[in-house]
Design a protein around this ligand. Structure first.
Ligand code: ADP
Ligand code: ASP
Ligand code: MG
Length: 405
């Protein structure tokens, strides 16, 4: 009797019919002998709708109330799924994140899971229940409800898999696996049988929103096998953590595009030791993750410093950066939101030359201007015009021969 954690995303539980269909799948698997913990996202676009409602009340909703509000989306779907299961004769219980023992820090809107106390989930399993857990949420030590960041139900599922020492984590969504590019952008993308944690982490962090990056990070840390598959059709999915680096040699695994990019440029930064620390330390303390930092060569001991953040962090980042820039005598801070990232990812790139050249040549031939370049061992990222992302993804997908067949 295997213990399995499953997660169903928003589209998979979008309406009453879909919830009943998911309940049917769960009941069949439970009757076949598996013990199941099921994490659910909010129904369809509920989270967006709740956010829009909050924004009708005020431009800047208080973080604590906002998280409590957003957490209700997953409460609705989890309770309905438990009712649907009981209705077809299967014992089930719905638990909120707090009741399931998900303990987080106090960073509202992007809380990190600090600990999982699975005793209540275990007790409910022992009594023969399918345990339905509201994803995307946890609770602080003071019992305030937090949310884990958009797409965070994946992270709830992987964290529970690790805490319960379950056999694997199954992520059910509206695609039947991880593809070489977002199939909505490149219909000729091919499905990967497996992908390593490292590659999936780069793909997810650079825009492949099929998995929440922190879920992949946790999966790697606790060596949780993660299967990504469809909740609509019964086809084999993609196993994250199943790929050996050896097989991936000299190969690009996938292309990712990310339009959630804002660029901040600080003009005329004095070229002195300690300035970068003075700028980036407060950003880190504010929980803002900074990416793609470039410092231009100094002219007459003044440099320009450019970096990117997510668009939702732009306002807070500017609030932090502006006073520091003024203190150090940098005359100008500029922000823009017309850029996006396109990335080529593959562990084969660390052993083979020529990948960067091919990427730049491909973008050049497609008439796409590169504004900034950053790399990791297994990724090359270019900042380009947002509107060019679909074209760039398709051109790179073709250039690196990722098409099906
Ligand atoms: P869920 O609501 O189930 O969590 P998401 O919308 O978060 O689903 O993620 C699934 C979506 O991720 C797909 O519909 C697809 O458009 C997108 N996606 C982006 N990159 C990829 C990729 N490389 N492979 C598969 N899907 C991808
Ligand atoms: N409902 C949340 C969101 O839309 C969390 C999730 O779906 O994973 O971001
Ligand atoms: Mg998701």
């Amino acid at each position: 009797m295997a213990l399995i954690v499953q997660k169903y995303g928003g589209t998979s539980v979008a309406n009453a019919e879909r919830i009943q269909s998911v309940a049917g799948r769960i009941a069949r698997q439970a009757e076949a002998g598996d013990r199941l913990v099921v994490v659910v996202s909010a129904m369809g676009d509920t989270t967006d709708e709740l956010l829009a409602l909050a924004n009708q009340m005020t431009d800047e909703p208080e973080e604590r109330e906002l998280d409590l509000l957003l957490s209700t989306g997953e409460i609705v779907s989890s309770t309905l799924l438990a009712m649907a299961l009981k209705h077809i004769g299967h014992p089930a219980i719905a638990l909120s994140g707090a009741q399931a023992g998900i303990g987080t820090d106090k960073r509202y809107g992007r809380a990190r899971i600090l600990k999982v106390d699975p005793h209540r989930v275990e007790a409910a399993l022992k009594r023969g229940n399918v345990v339905i857990v509201a994803g995307f949420q946890g609770t602080t030590e003071e019992l305030d409800v937090t949310t884990l960041g958009r797409g965070g139900s994946d992270t709830t599922a992987v964290a529970l898999t690790a805490a319960l020492k379950a056999e694997r984590c199954e992520i059910y969504t509206d695609v039947d696996g991880i593809y070489t590019a977002d199939p909505r952008i490149e219909p000729r993308a091919s499905k990967l049988e497996s992908v390593s944690y490292e590659e999936m982490l780069e793909l997810a962090s650079y825009g492949a929103k099929v998995m929440h990056p922190r879920a992949v990070e946790l999966g790697a840390l606790f060596q949780v096998p993660i299967l990504v598959a469809s909740s609509f059709v019964e086809t084999p999915g993609t196993l994250i953590g199943g790929a050996s680096m050896m097989e991936q040699r000299n190969k690009v695994t996938g292309i990712a595009g990310d339009t959630d990019v804002a660029r901040i440029t600080i003009r005329g930064v004095p070229d002195q030791p300690g300035i970068a620390a003075r700028l980036f330390q407060p950003l880190a303390e504010g929980g803002i993750s900074v990416d793609t930092i470039v410092q231009n060569a100094s002219v007459e001991r003044l440099t320009d410093l450019t970096f990117t953040v997510t668009r939702s962090d732009l306002g807070r980042a500017m609030e932090i950066v502006k006073p520091v820039a003024a203190e150090i005598g940098a005359p100008e801070v500029l922000a823009d939101t017309h850029l996006a990232k396109v990335s080529v990812v593959g562990s084969g790139m660390q052993s083979g030359p020529g990948y960067a050249g091919r990427m730049f040549q491909t973008l050049y031939e497609a008439g796409i201007n590169i504004e900034l370049i950053t790399t990791s061992e297994i990724r090359i990222t270019c900042l380009i015009e947002e509107a060019q992302v679909p074209k760039a993804v398709r051109a790179l997908h073709k250039a690196f021969e990722l098409e099906e067949g």
